[in-house]
Structures are given as C-alpha cells and as structure tokens.
Design a protein around this ligand. Structure first.
Ligand code: ZN
Length: 277
C-alpha cells in the first residue's frame, strides 16, 4: 500500500497525527480500515455526474475500502439498495451529506434527513453535536479553496469547536497547495486531517483516502468506532500531489465541462442546482 506525505509539506502532515504511533494508546494493536467520507454520485439532485452510488460502492470494494460516506450536496444519501449492496460487500456505508450552511460547506457523517432539514446556520450544528455525541462526525471540507462553499479562515476559526476534523483536499500539486493553511490550523487546534477524494468522477476515487485504526474485534466496524479513532487522531491521511498536467485536466473538467453540464441540466429542468433549501 502506498502511503506518502506530500513532498512539499512533510512536516505539516507529520505533525498532524499521521504517525502511526499517535492516537489512542500508541501501541500497535487494532486494525486499520480504509475510509473515504467525501464522495459524490449521480443520485445528487444538485449535480450532474456519470457514476452511480452503486458503481462507487463496487469500486470501493475493489480498492479495499472498509467504510464510506456518500455526501450529496444539501441532501442526505439514503438509497436503501445501495446500503444493502455495501453490506453485502462488507463495506460500512454511513448516511451523510455535504451541507452548505450560510454559504459554507460542512460534511456531516451519520446524519438523518430530519436532522439535516433543521440545520440552517453553522451554529445550529452545536446543538445537534451535543445531542448526538460520539455517533456523529463533522468536518470542514477544502476550507481554504476559493471555489464553491469553502468556509475560509475567519469562519473556520470562529467555529472550530463545531468540527471534529479538517479535510486535506485531494486537489493540489507540489506547488499549488491550499491545504497548507488548513493543516496549520489542524495542528494548532489538535484536529486530525482527513484525506478524501471528493470524488466527482469515478477515476478520481481511491487516489486520496484515510486509514483509521479501530480496536481489534471480530465484529464489523461501527460509525462510533471509526469516529472515535478519528477524534483520537488514530488516522493516517494517504495522499500525494497530482502532477500539474492531471491537476489542469481535473480543473478544466470540474470548472468547465462539469459546470456547463450542470447549467445545461438546470436549464433543461432536470437539475435543481440553484434551488438550495
Ligand atoms: Zn464535495
């Protein structure tokens, strides 16, 4: 298995709990489970993608993932047959969403549709987190990127208590890397970094992910065990910079081809991209 830290910022990543000796007890027990808690699929009413959640789950199985969260934009993913497929493939699929609250994207893992519908402001998360305790996980995706709904420095710092972790986005190169300030804040506030693929395309899934160490047991992993490991820093982000060419290709795709497709679908009435809740 390839485990690398970005060559331009090894100390940043290493300081934020990549080392396997960090976390719970510092011993070598437990088992590592491969997770990606930021994934998109064509079931998303606000997006236009080529791959289905079922395809994502099958690819995850091929790649050895143990737990996933499909994070539709402003919607909780609940399609029961996909949860059944995941279960058959020994993958823990956890209901989740990428919600935009006051213009800032937040990922909430293990949330219900009813709970999501009651969230309108960032601070609404405070009560929900209190109520749900260790059974829910929140993290700030791509906080320092200029696109979409990145939360940005000021609001991330003002609301740092609302987040269990901070995302290390896949979208960077050796020389262009907006993850650096996110990693500095993670280190300062003792938040683990989660590497994710934010996969809007199936071929970009699996390049970046996180390993989380859960206690050795015969039973299947639970959301709580994985969230405990994340909060304890028992995680290893697995990530490496894209080549500049791949970065450009992805940037072109996400900001032009993909955006045009979304706009076209919206104009044709099949998308609801701009009808935010
Ligand atoms: Zn996303």
């Amino acid at each position: 298995m390839r485990i690398r830290t970005p060559s331009d910022s090894p100390s940043i990543i290493a300081d934020t709990r990549v080392a396997s000796s960090s976390g719970n007890s510092g011993d070598a027990s437990g088992r590592w489970i491969k997770i990606d808690f930021h994934l998109h699929a064509n079931e998303d009413p606000l997006d236009e993608l080529d791959h289905s959640a079922t395809e994502l789950v099958h690819r995850a199985h091929d790649l050895g993932f143990g737990a996933l969260a499909i994070t539709l934009h402003d919607h909780v993913f609940t399609k029961s047959e996909v949860f059944d497929t995941a279960r058959e493939l020994d993958i823990l699929l956890i209901p989740a969403a990428e919600l935009r609250l006051e213009g800032a994207d937040v990922i909430i893992v293990n949330i219900t549709e009813e709970e999501a519908a009651k969230l309108h402001k960032l601070r609404d998360l405070e009560k929900l987190r209190e109520k749900r305790g260790r059974s829910m996980l929140t993290f700030a995706p791509h906080p320092f990127y200029v696109f979409g709904g990145s939360i940005g420095r000021r609001r991330l710092l003002e609301n740092i208590d609302l987040f269990d972790a901070i995302e290390w986005s896949h979208f960077y190169t050796r020389w262009i890397n907006p993850n650096r300030p996110a990693a500095a804040i993670a280190r300062k506030y003792g938040k683990p970094l989660l590497a994710t693929s934010d996969a809007h395309r199936l071929d970009f899934f699996g390049h970046d992910y996180t390993l989380a160490r859960i206690p050795e047991s015969d039973g299947a992993p639970t959301p709580e065990l994985i969230f405990d490991a994340i909060r304890a820093g028992d995680v290893r982000p697995v990530t490496q910079p894209w080549s500049f060419l791949t970065f450009l290709h992805y940037a072109w795709w996400i900001f032009t081809e993909h955006e045009l497709r979304v706009l076209h679908a919206h104009a044709a009435g099949s998308g609801q991209r701009f009808s935010k809740k």
